[in-house]
Ligand binder design. Sequence first.
Ligand code: TYD
Length: 206
Amino acid sequence: MQKKFITFEGGEGTGKTTIIERLAIDLKNQGYDILKTREPGGSEISEEIRKVILNINNTKMDYMTEALLYAASRRQHLTEIILPAIHSQKIVLCDRYIDSSLAYQGYARGIGIDKVYAINDYAVNGFYPDLTIYIDIDPQIGLSRIKTNHRDMDRLDLEKIEFHQRVREGYLKISQMFPDRIKVIDGNRSLEEVYNEVKKLVLEEI
Ligand code: TYD
C-alpha cells in the first residue's frame, strides 16, 4: 500500500495554516484525494485531552505530563483520523505532528529531545511522515506579523521571543537529525514565494 503522509511544522506567524489550506484546495482541484487535518484534529478524545493541556487553571502541570498528554492526543488522532485516511488511499496533510513535541517540549521546555522522542515513538508506533516541511522564520518577524498593535516590547513579550527563539533552535536541530524526512523552507519571504516552494516539494513527493 502506498502511504502518503505529509506534515507541516513551524513557529508562530509562518503562514503555515494558510499555506496548508491553499495547498489542499489546489491539490483537490488537480484530482488528488486529500485529507487535511491538524493536531489534535477532528477527534473528540484528542480535543478533550488538548483542553486539559490548555486549561489555564492547570498551573501545576508538570512539563513531562504536558509532553505525555500531547503524545496521547497524537496517538488518538493517528488511530482515529490519520490511519483510516491512509488506508483509504488518501494523501494526508497534517498541521503539526511529532516534531512540534520535539521542538516545544523536548528542546524549548528543556525535557530533552531524546526523551520526548522516546514517548512519541511509542505513541505513534513508528508511524512517521514521508515528508515534513518546516517553515523556518525569525521569531521577531513571525511575531510582528501577527501583532496588530506596535507598542514597545514588555518583559513578557521578551520572554516570549526567547521561548520562540528556542523553539526555532529546536526545529533546526531536529531538521539536522532527520535530514531525509524534514525539509527546511525559508519563511522570511512573501507568502507567495513560500507557498510556491512548499507546493513544489509536495508535488515531488506525491
Ligand atoms: P495552535 O492553536 O494549534 O496554533 P498554531 O497555528 O501555531 O499551530 O497551537 C499550537 C500550540 O501548541 C503551539 O504553540 C505549539 C504547541 N504544541 C506543542 O507545544 N507541542 C505539540 O506537540 C503540539 C502539537 C503543539
